[in-house]
Design a protein around this ligand. Structure first.
Ligand code: COI
Length: 350
């Protein structure tokens, strides 16, 4: 596929300076990739200056939330190069999310062209400090201006990028969310769609007032087993084994989750994907047989959990990151940042 480069791209990149303090997702790269789809036919991709989108106020996405997105990263490797981490996984997950919302999946070749082009043109913006990266956000929108509840005939696919630090540094205090649900069984819980995140915001606002950082969501069907956090998967170390909720249909199949499971098994841990009953988990934290818990995600990498709280009180884990979280975070970053051999074939140099 050929791609069109807007004449202003070179000057946008030349004039751009990366600030010292990055934060997460606040510094935006000055270029973005765009492709359009009309009645199932995709246009040629273009690299254009970053800027506001022109959307008709009646665009389907604004009313019926026909949109999905991905989160993925390009890393600066030890040899000075830049590599994407498992991008085909994100392409496949985005296709799954798109199909769930009756949108045309972005062809894998176009998706890869978008993330590769943005990464290649922004190679100088990829940070070199460990744990920092170029965070890429591909997203797809239904743009047809028409208020009928039906799938859009037109779509736009974008890839924007942000040189970023990790999303959560750790020591997270989680509130067990027993009032609300985030995504219905049979709904969109295993798809990466904005509505799932919108549905988590009220819970987060409530728990922040109580001094917590993140909600721990329970399965919306049984309201008893652990699903995930609002933007991260959950792991607990119980009797020395690594436990993580089985993919129940209401959990996002995290790329980092899958990578940590692979690395943990390689390191000799027993890993179980299973139903984790919340009451049993809290009892295990209380009696010490749950020695640590952590969350993981592309943006967050591995983020240790220090406290689980609910109306009955606080269940303390540890204020320092546990050894399993530390070991897995290092093992993952060692591959992503090129300090260890890419023995699972995860890295894609750009
Ligand atoms: C990611 O980890 O890439 C996500 O999309 C989660 C988001 C809450 C930052």
């Amino acid at each position: 596929m050929s791609i069109e480069i807007h004449p202003a791209v070179a000057s946008c990149l030349r004039g751009f300076e990366v600030p010292d303090r990055l934060g997460f997702g606040t510094v935006m790269a000055p270029v973005m990739f765009r492709a359009r789809c009309q009645d199932g036919c995709w246009s040629t991709g273009e690299l254009v200056p970053y800027g506001p989108l022109a959307l008709d106020p009646a665009a389907k996405v604004l009313h019926y939330a026909q949109s999905c997105f991905e989160g993925m990263k390009a890393y600066r490797t030890r040899d000075g190069g830049v590599s994407l981490f498992r991008p085909e996984r994100n392409a496949a997950r985005m296709a799954h999310s798109a199909e769930r919302l009756c949108m045309p999946p972005v062809p894998e070749s176009l998706f890869m062209e978008g993330v590769r082009t943005v990464t290649a043109y922004c190679a100088n913006l990829v940070p070199a400090s460990s744990g920092e990266s170029l965070y890429l956000r591909p997203f797809l929108l239904g743009t047809q201006p028409d208020l009928s509840v039906s799938a859009s005939a037109s779509y736009e696919f974008y890839v924007i990028a942000s040189p970023s630090e990790a999303y959560h540094a750790g020591n997270m205090r989680l509130w067990v969310e027993r009032e609300d649900s985030r995504a219905a069984v049979g709904g969109t819980g295993d798809s990466k769609v904005g509505g799932n995140y919108a549905a988590s915001l009220l819970s987060i606002a409530r728990l922040k007032k109580r001094g917590y950082d993140q909600s721990l969501w329970l399965n919306p069907g049984n309201r008893r087993t652990v699903d995930e956090l609002s933007g991260m998967n959950f792991f607990a170390v119980i009797d020395g084994e690594l436990h993580t909720p089985a993919l129940s249909g209401s959990i996002l199949e995290g790329v980092t989750r899958d990578s940590l499971i692979t690395l943990a098994r390689e390191l000799g841990y027993t890993v179980r994907e299973l139903d984790i009953d919340i009451e049993e988990l809290l009892a295990r934290v209380r009696d010490g047989s749950c020695s640590e818990a952590f969350a993981c995600g592309t943006a967050a990498i591995v983020s240790p959990i220090s406290v689980l709280g609910d109306d009955n009180g606080e269940y303390l884990l540890s204020s320092v990151p546990g050894p399993v979280a530390v070991c897995l975070r290092e093992a993952l970053l060692d591959i992503q940042e090129g300090r260890a051999e890419d023995r699972f074939g995860w890295m894609r140099p750009v």
